[in-house]
Unconditional design. Structure first.
Length: 511
């Protein structure tokens, strides 16, 4: 199934698939809506289209990505690993050796070339253009999510800037606290590309914020891409067709033509204000800090626009599956640097930056520590606070299995590495903001070269007896668990490697 081309098509798809509920009752975006969504997400429930948010005529869509099934629908795949295989196929391009290889290579190159965004003359995102005194953020159903939040926050934007030095485009997802009808803060954290663009400007930087995009383009705004990679090109690659862009009305930027709402404006280099606190994906309020001020010069939108939102807070929340999509899609890129990695998992409960579980094909003494240090130097994974390394056969997505090996194989004196380095901007635990301690746990089997005594064999039934019991199970009259014990933990991917995130599912809709 091809991904939806815009938000309206996406809503129709969700409705056809029984994945969306329309809420006709009037609901207040101030706290009430969050409580409804929080209960729905944690129960594995559907996407919600609130048709009558209080004091706004614009419907609000939320929880569109809140389950594995919906995340797969958004990307047009059967499983998230299917997307990773497409990315891996391009990353592993080699010089062609024969005619067949040349043809395949040309097809891959054409696929990449066809992914580049295209500028068009007009788009539905500019059916209505509001400037000067017509600009009114109060008209949008912007949520105040948690009681300690001082104001409503825009939480699902695609924020578009250009690098003043290179002209390269950046698209990122940064929360925006509403200050008044024409002004917000921009939460550009210290490690984010948007902040780097802003700091590189001499005076002010132009900004466009697209709200209500097709699901693939919304996802790519959240993806931690290297600065030289255009998020809209990735969106085109994953969609199978380029993202169409239109030029903004008041700033020199292009925005997706299919957006429901676009905010145009600029941010001065020296204008800051206290933004926050904010109930964040860490499960805690992040404190108020100085952040730049975004001043709007225009709002453009579709007729009868739909406003998108997302709630973050104590996991699991909707952003869990945006994060899991990133985990799967970026596995091939991680393997390009660390080919010994079999798989990895960023637990939702660990807010993604707190813990990474990684399985490796161990080849030499100290190999687990080598991988730890490499991950701590790899893009946004460098902010990871804790790393657990297990052997290749361990299913990193089964936390009970990982815990077994962490308990069975670890001598804390020998196998625990304590170091320090950069940490996530939002991490409240370290003594100093942005930097603190890191822990690595080597839960692999050890060799004598690593100071271990002779390592025992793991208990495992013989394949012949397993096959015998499988064949005779109905004769025993016990009922049906039927599957061999470890198959409840381990699901093989298409390449034969053991990996699955399905053991965490709570229901048809759930995690």
């Amino acid at each position: 199934m091809a991904p939806a081309r815009d938000l309206r098509e996406w809503i129709s798809l969700l409705e056809r698939e029984g994945e969306l509920v329309r809420v006709s009752a009037e609901v207040d975006p101030d706290l009430e809506l969050t409580e409804i969504v929080d209960r729905t997400v944690k129960a594995g429930g559907p996407a919600l289209l609130f048709e009558h948010p209080k004091q706004s005529r614009y419907p609000l869509l939320i929880n569109q990505f809140g389950t594995e099934r919906r995340m797969c629908l958004a990307l047009g795949v059967e499983s998230l690993d299917d997307v990773a295989r497409r990315v891996e196929d391009v990353l592993e391009m080699q010089p062609p050796e024969g005619l067949v290889d040349k043809v395949r290579g040309l097809r891959k190159l054409k696929s990449l070339a066809d992914s580049l965004p295209q500028t068009v003359r007009r788009g539905v995102s500019q059916e209505i253009v509001l400037t000067d005194d017509e600009i009114d953020l109060d008209a949008l159903p912007i949520q105040r999510c948690w009681p300690g939040d001082p104001a409503p926050f825009i939480t699902l934007p695609a924020v578009i800037t250009k690098d003043p030095r290179t002209g390269g485009r950046n698209v990122g997802m940064y929360r925006m606290q509403k200050i008044d009808r024409r002004t917000t803060f921009m939460h550009w954290q210290i490690h984010k590309d948007g902040r780097a663009d802003w700091l590189a400007t001499d005076g002010k930087i132009e900004v466009a914020v697209a709200l209500g995009l097709d699901p693939v383009t919304t996802y790519t705004a959240s993806a931690p891409l290297p600065k030289h990679v255009d998020e809209l090109m990735l969106a085109g690659f994953l969609r199978g067709e380029p993202v169409e862009l239109v030029r903004c009305k008041t700033v020199d930027l292009e925005v997706p033509a299919n957006a429901e709402i676009v905010l145009e404006g600029s941010i001065a280099k020296d204008e800051l204000g206290d933004e926050g606190p904010f109930g964040d994906h860490t499960g805690y309020y992040t404190p108020a800090e100085p952040f730049p001020v975004f001043r709007l010069s225009a709002i453009t939108m579709r007729n009868d626009a739909i406003y998108p939102s997302i709630v973050v807070g104590k996991p699991p929340q909707e952003d869990a599956w945006l994060g899991k999509a990133t985990e799967r899609i970026f596995l091939p890129a991680v393997r390009m640097t660390l080919p010994e990695i079999v798989d990895y998992d960023l637990p939702v409960a660990g807010a993604f930056h707190n813990c990474c579980i990684v399985s490796i094909r161990k080849a030499f003494p100290g190999h687990a520590q080598k991988v730890m240090h490499a991950i701590w130097g790899l893009g946004m994974l460098s902010l990871t606070k804790a790393i657990v390394v297990v052997d290749a056969h361990v299913n990193v997505h089964d936390y009970a299995e990982v815990m077994f090996y962490a308990g069975a194989n670890v001598d804390p004196k020998r196998d625990v590495l304590i170091t320090e380095g950069p940490l996530d901007h939002l991490d409240h635990a370290p003594t100093l903001q942005f930097v603190g301690g890191k822990i690595g746990i080597d839960a692999t089997a050890k060799s004598p070269a690593e100071g271990a005594r002779p390592w025992p064999d793991e208990i495992e039934m013989s394949p012949a007896i397993r096959e015998l019991v499988d064949r005779r199970w109905d004769e025993y009259g016990i009922g049906r668990p039927a599957a061999a014990p470890d198959s409840a933990f381990r699901v093989s991917g298409g390449d034969g490697r053991a990996r699955s995130i399905r053991p965490h599912r709570q229901s048809r809709h759930g995690l």
